[in-house]
Design a protein around this ligand. Structure first.
Ligand SMILES: [Zn+2]
Length: 48
């Protein structure tokens, strides 16, 4: 299975979504459209 970024539509692995997305595997931002620092702050979880 794959997941896609809700912001830019880039495809990522399910594992990536599990790490950076929310508990449902939804990915609000990704490292394609946000910098890695933002991702580690939780940008993928709730689109901050
Ligand atoms: Zn993205």
């Amino acid at each position: 299975m794959t997941a896609h970024c809700q912001n830019c539509g880039a495809h990522h692995t399910e594992q990536y979504a599990r790490v950076f997305g929310n508990n449902d595997g939804v990915l609000y931002n990704c490292s394609e459209c946000r910098d890695v620092t933002a991702m580690f702050r939780g940008a993928g979880v709730e689109g901050i």
